[in-house]
Design a protein. Structure first.
Length: 174
């Protein structure tokens, strides 16, 4: 099996969306689409599964809330209780209204920081990683659709030219 792929380059996001829909309807496998900005609905048009990152964000927020609750209970009630503003520190429940802003901030802090780490790990974006961008124009004003070639090179080239591609290239991938 060859490692050839077709790079179909488009200069309009609406033309790209139509081309993705036609490509999926023709049962060609889209490897990847490179875009200079997010295109609304492209993930659905490509048939990508919904992300589960929101579930991670919720769980990370719960971890932050739990950590904040434990931290405030330990510091303010058990370790070093103080009478601040006439509020004695006898129990966590009595002082919880004063702790609500801290609980909120810990929830946001944990969710935000752990989501960034999770996103980078999931996307395999490591420090000093080589760019995988196949054409530098996709960082400026062009869109690129990468499709696997399965012994139908001539058919695919004519198909993508008919979808409005401004340029179609056949590339041997390593």
């Amino acid at each position: 099996m060859s490692n050839k792929v077709i790079y179909a380059i488009y200069n309009d996001d609406d033309v790209l969306m139509d081309a993705v829909k036609k490509t999926r309807a023709a049962h060609h496998h889209i490897e990847e689409v490179f875009s200079p900005f997010p295109v609304h609905g492209l993930d659905k048009a490509m048939g990508l599964a919904p992300t589960r990152l929101a579930i991670c964000a919720f769980l990370y927020g719960l971890c932050g809330l739990s950590f904040g609750t434990w931290m405030m209970n330990y510091i303010m009630i058990q370790d070093w209780p103080q009478d601040i503003g006439g509020k004695p520190s006898f129990s966590y429940i009595e002082n919880m209204p004063a702790f609500v802003p801290i609980m909120f901030e810990e929830t946001v802090f944990f969710a935000a920081h752990l989501m960034v780490i999770t996103f980078y790990m999931r996307s395999k974006l490591w420090p000093f990683k080589e760019a995988e961008n196949p054409d530098v124009r996709t960082t400026d004003d062009h869109f690129l659709m990468e499709v696997a070639v399965n012994n139908n090179e001539a058919e695919l080239v004519s198909f993508f030219q008919s979808t409005g591609a401004v340029e179609v290239k056949v590339i041997e991938k390593h």
